[in-house]
Write a protein that binds this ligand. Structure first.
Ligand code: CUA
Length: 403
């Protein structure tokens, strides 16, 4: 008998029901017998005791041995099931959970990070618990699992979802102001849904710019290895001189961002000397401005390996930033992200107050070294985001500057 059908909940429920069952039977039995004796041997009916009883070897043996055996079975049953909670079943999938004030982050074996724990059903999941700051506690009532996340200590638990669904995860160790908001979910997906989900987010590792060049078929004419075919090669463009024909005149330019953007949007205006004007123009319908920027960055060698679809807003969610920083202007724990890209901000630096304009440099410092400059009116409690990759930091900064 169990109240839930997943293995960890069953283990806990079975022991609970066993102990609770015995307790209920004993409570009921003792109460009934007490009430019966109180009525049967009440004073009005038996004013004088008829006999005195002095001990009973048999009775005393029974009520000593029997409860001892019952308690021992409770211990044994509890122990066996507890060991089952600590032994990881073979074939378990391992996911690292990092707790920090005040959010959870889950890291998958392929390096993917999420703020919700997506798992397939019918597969044991081992969760490695870590904390970057203070004591937290990973508590999932539906699976009856609960374990501390302790800074500097490796801890773990496991569970297995047997039915797809959403299961609440709480922090069950008081960890400061945002403790009550330290909530996330386990999203148990059917095997097919999980396969679909993990495929969608699989990082290809290619820079976005290269992906766009491939998608748009640019590489059919432009090589990347320096060989000039029907069109100039993309090999090492940054800072190179180029001779162009424009309005019937020959001009010399240095390849830079502006030139490359013109060459994508209006390729017919400036023709590279020695080539025919055959490239079609790529308007905003075909390649949006972000993608043009990605292409240009890639061509100028500034490109970084970017997960397709890596976007700042998503990263802020995945990394739990939105647990403290609102986007609607409310400021309980940390400054809001609303309008942050165009705001003046007063910070304390080296014990002095300075008002500065929020820019990319400031945001980078605030992300990687939040202790150095504290926004006036807020407590220094943000952990450094130095676990982010350079391209993730950039994606976040770019997103924030647009806010
Ligand atoms: Cu984390 Cu309470």
């Amino acid at each position: 008998m169990s109240l839930a059908n997943n293995p960890t909940a069953q283990a806990v429920d079975n022991v609970l029901i066993y102990i609770f069952g015995f307790s209920a039977i004993l409570l009921l039995g003792i109460t009934v017998v007490t009430v019966y004796f109180v009525i049967k041997y009440r004073r009005s009916k038996h004013p004088e005791p008829t006999s005195q009883v002095h001990g009973s070897f048999l009775l005393e043996t029974i009520w000593t041995v029997l409860p001892t055996l019952i308690v021992l079975t409770m211990f044994w049953y509890g122990w066996v099931n507890y060991v089952g909670l600590r032994d990881i079943p073979p074939g378990a999938m391992e996911i690292k959970a990092t707790a920090r004030m005040w959010s959870w982050q889950f890291e998958y074996p392929d390096g993917r990070r999420e703020s919700r724990l997506y798992v397939p059903v019918n597969k044991p999941i081992k969760v490695d618990l870590h904390s970057t700051d203070v004591l937290h506690n990973f508590f999932v009532p539906a699976f009856r699992i609960k374990r501390d996340a302790v800074p500097g200590m490796d801890n773990y638990l496991w569970f297995e979802a047997t039915e797809p669904g959403t299961y609440d995860v709480f922090c069950a160790e008081y960890c400061g102001l945002g403790h009550a908001d330290m909530i996330t979910t386990i999203e148990a997906l059917s095997e097919e849904d999980y396969a679909e989900w993990s495929k969608k987010l699989e990082p290809s590792g290619d820079p976005r710019g290269l992906v766009v060049l491939e998608e748009q078929g640019c590489l059919g004419c432009h090589s990347t290895d320096g060989s000039d075919g029907i069109a100039p090669s993309f090999f090492e463009l940054a800072g190179q001189p180029r001779t162009l024909e424009k309005d019937g005149q020959t001009i010399e330019i240095t390849i830079d961002e502006d030139y490359l953007k013109r060459a994508i949007r209006n390729p017919e205006v400036e023709i590279v000397k020695g080539y025919d004007p055959m490239m079609p123009a790529y308007d905003e319908e075909t390649i949006n401005n972000d993608d043009v920027q990605a292409v240009v960055d890639y061509l100028l060698g500034k490109a970084v390996a970017v997960v397709p679809g890596l976007d700042g807003r998503q990263l802020l969610e995945q990394n739990g930033c939105v647990g403290c920083h609102s986007s609607d202007g409310s400021e309980d724990i940390a400054p809001t992200f609303k309008g942050i890209g165009s705001r003046d901000i007063t910070i304390e630096r080296d014990g002095k107050e300075v008002t500065i304009k929020v820019d990319a440099d400031y945001l980078r410092r605030a992300l990687l070294d939040p202790e150095a400059e504290i926004v006036k009116g807020f407590a220094p409690m943000m952990p450094s985001a130095d676990y982010l990759s350079e391209e993730e930091v950039e994606a976040i900064i770019n997103h924030l500057l647009e806010q």
